[in-house]
Design a protein around this ligand. Structure first.
Ligand code: TUI
Length: 307
């Protein structure tokens, strides 16, 4: 399935991996790239030198293209932006903010720039700033989300920009890929499904929580202070939402979630930790290798698109 996205990135299949904090480390990124997609190292809040080390490690495992995701709310984003240039990373995706101030630096270094956007306005701004493509991410996605759904956002972004659009949020199988293509997207970004990949270092409890999740098992916390996060319902979300309803100050809510994603992904505490996942978790039923996942997804999509 050749699109402008496969051409731009030099990849076999138009599937890119989400830049999930803690989960998107080098084993997963290398496995997705080796399977013909675009693997991504999620810089998240990692110290810059850890990001550099991750880049070195992924290069040892694959000679295929891969990217780095910069989380723009990270105070270290500036340093990570420079490491991407120094290490000659080919592709960067960004999240949770507007990356305009970095775009020129990256473009001059020959880095392909793909901001994740949650609105038409930011998509247009990014095109004007020189972005090569955008990921239009709907609120079905896990983690930090915007307000529009994938079904409504993707075609509106496709109509608003000339650069290729990659759809994200609620996509985890061939039907999702085919639907995204019908909306005018030329690729997809997937997170939740890759969270349970055999190569992902995600704790077994976290994988199991996703696999057991049903359609309506996610909650959105943080609406009251403008940083909505989609995650699976547990003791943590119940406490958080109760405090939010009572009007607890931002600082108290921050304190509750300090280190909570790490606790879930690395230590397997899926009761008190933050289990970020998208609404499509309800459809994910098993752990598989990235190669099996991507083959299954692309077989399904191609059958539908050629029907
Ligand atoms: O970035 C994501 N998903 C994320 S980042 C993350 S790490 C985190 N942890 C705790 C608290 C906050 C973040 C977990 N999940 N997806 C891409 C994405 N970007 N979704 C929505 C946006 C977005 C939202 C508003 C991008 C830009 C924006 O406004 C930009 C502006 O300032 O105009």
């Amino acid at each position: 399935m050749d699109t402008r996205v496969t051409g731009l990135l030099g990849i076999r299949y138009p599937i890119i991996q989400g830049g999930m904090a803690w989960v998107a480390e080098y084993h997963l990124a290398a496995a997705v790239s080796e399977a013909g997609g675009l693997g991504i190292i999620g810089a998240a809040s990692a110290p810059p030198e850890v990001v550099r080390e991750q880049i070195h490690k992924v290069k040892e495992l694959t000679d295929k293209p891969f990217g780095v995701n910069v989380m723009l709310m990270n105070p270290n984003a500036e340093e990570v932006a420079d490491i991407i240039v120094e290490e000659q990373v080919k592709v960067v995706t960004t999240g949770a903010g507007n990356p305009a101030k970095y775009v020129e630096r990256w473009k001059q270094a020959g880095v392909k720039v793909i901001p994740v956007v949650a609105s038409v306005a930011l998509a247009k701004l990014m095109e004007r700033a020189g972005a090569d493509a955008v990921v239009a991410e709907g609120m079905e996605a896990g983690g930090h989300i915007g307000a529009a759904t994938t079904m409504t956002l993707v075609p509106q972004v496709v109509d608003a920009v000339g650069i290729p659009v990659i759809a994200a949020g609620g996509i985890a199988d061939g039907r999702g890929v085919a639907a995204a293509m019908m909306l005018g997207a030329e690729g997809v970004q997937m997170g939740t499904r890759f969270c349970v990949a055999a190569e992902a270092i995600t704790h077994a409890n976290y994988k199991e929580k996703i696999i057991k999740a049903k359609d309506i098992d996610s909650e959105v916390t943080g609406m009251s202070h403008g940083h909505p996060i989609r995650q699976l319902r547990n003791k943590m979300t119940r406490e958080y939402l109760k405090l939010e309803k009572e009007g607890a100050p931002f600082e108290e809510l921050e304190q509750l979630t300090l280190g909570s994603l790490r606790k879930a992904v690395m230590d397997g505490d899926v009761v008190n930790g933050t289990v970020m996942a998208g609404q499509i978790a309800g459809m994910i039923t098993k752990e598989q290798t990235c190669e099996d996942m991507i083959r299954e997804i692309m077989d399904g999509a191609e059958k539908l698109l050629h029907r």
